[in-house]
Ligand binder design. Structure first.
Ligand code: PHE
Length: 337
């Protein structure tokens, strides 16, 4: 009747040979769409005698249900296999490149201080600490610095009150230590010091390492030996040092210690201004008046030195502008790790 069997067979053949969801959609349109083959037959029911209509209607409708079921079944099978295929194909790459794990590092000043502490520990020195806010007495008077000395002027010292200040030198710690400890004393004191200077080679805050050795029969010879050992360990084994006469109120004699230029080895270059030497630190034999003020037994004598940490860092790393060390420019600081 109306080729229903034929249409159904054709549809089943179509469905069996279809490959993907587009095919199955096309088949649904071809048979069940508005102008589909089966829809057309259903529409033509109105042309047959009314008495035959119910039976013909049922017949066609049964065929429609079978076709629909067939299409639906195959459609869901195809949908499932297509989904599986898609999942297999679109392998998700979950290996997002990781955020680079940038490590922080110590500021070159801290690196230098740690190196210097290691060197002096190996030379038998202990490490002491002292206050950054200091009494005038410890920073100046006890160190035999007269009340009219220019370094006491407010243009050279940050005063907090009449007799309190930000220490201008770690030498102040010498006084604390000598007043508290019995000789022999063998200490260094690393720390911050403050002076109102600010240019390429001066910063209002900088670091010093004070050295103090109190024992019997201490002479300039001991000073030279210790400082030479330090210079060789810190710069290079070939390094030489020399003493130049100098003056500090708290040492007598006082010396300025020069270092053979680490860049040219003493031959003369731009860094050492062709002299072969670089100024490194101040030192000397502790003044008897200072020992007396600190109640040190007269059987003892001592030596002291003050290393400028920034100065040492600049010489070692060939830095010309001290401000680079404090600017916190990560590109600069990273180079010293
Ligand atoms: N305190 C001196 C300065 O700041 C350095 C120094 C220390 C000199 C110890 C002699 C002895 O310049």
């Amino acid at each position: 009747m109306y080729n229903i069997e034929f249409i159904e067979e054709e549809c089943i053949a179509d469905v069996n040979s279809c490959k993907n969801s587009q095919d199955i959609n096309a088949i649904r349109v071809k048979y069940l769409g508005k102008n589909g083959k089966l829809t057309t037959v259903l529409k033509s029911l109105k042309d047959i005698p009314p008495s035959e209509r119910p039976e013909a209607g049922r017949y066609i409708n049964d065929a429609r249900i079978r076709i629909e079921n067939k299409i639906n079944t195959v459609e869901s099978i195809i949908a499932m296999s297509e989904k599986e295929k898609r999942i297999l194909e679109e392998q998700l790459d979950v290996t997002l490149s990781k955020k680079s794990n940038r490590q922080g590092g110590l500021n070159p000043i801290s690196i230098i201080i740690n190196d210097l502490i290691d060197i002096f520990l190996s030379l038998g020195f202990g490490v002491e600490d002292g206050p950054e806010i200091e009494f005038e007495y410890f920073n100046f008077s006890a160190l035999n610095i007269p009340s009219d000395h220019p370094s006491r002027d407010s243009s050279d010292t940050f005063y907090i009150s009449k007799n309190r200040l930000l220490r201008t030198q770690t030498s102040a710690v010498q006084v604390h230590v000598m007043k508290l400890q019995e000789p022999p004393i063998r200490i260094i004191c690393p720390g911050k010091v403050y002076r109102p200077d600010d240019d390429a080679t001066h910063s209002p805050m900088f670091h010093q390492i004070e050295g103090l050795l109190i024992d019997r029969n201490i002479s300039l010879y001991d000073l030279k030996e210790i400082l030479e050992a330090f210079a060789k360990a810190f710069f290079s084994p070939k390094t030489k040092i020399r003493f130049r006469p100098s003056y500090f109120p708290f040492t007598e004699p006082s010396v300025e210690v020069d270092l053979s230029c680490p860049k040219c080895g003493g031959n003369g270059c731009k860094l050492c201004k062709n002299t072969g030497w670089l100024e490194l630190l101040g030192a000397g034999i502790v003044h008897p008046l200072v020992l007396e003020e600190c109640n040190i037994d007269i059987r003892y004598s001592g030596l002291a030195f003050g290393i400028g940490v920034e100065r040492a860092a600049m010489v070692k790393f060939g830095i010309h502008d001290m401000r680079l060390l404090f600017d916190n420019d990560i590109r600069i600081l990273r180079q010293f790790r």
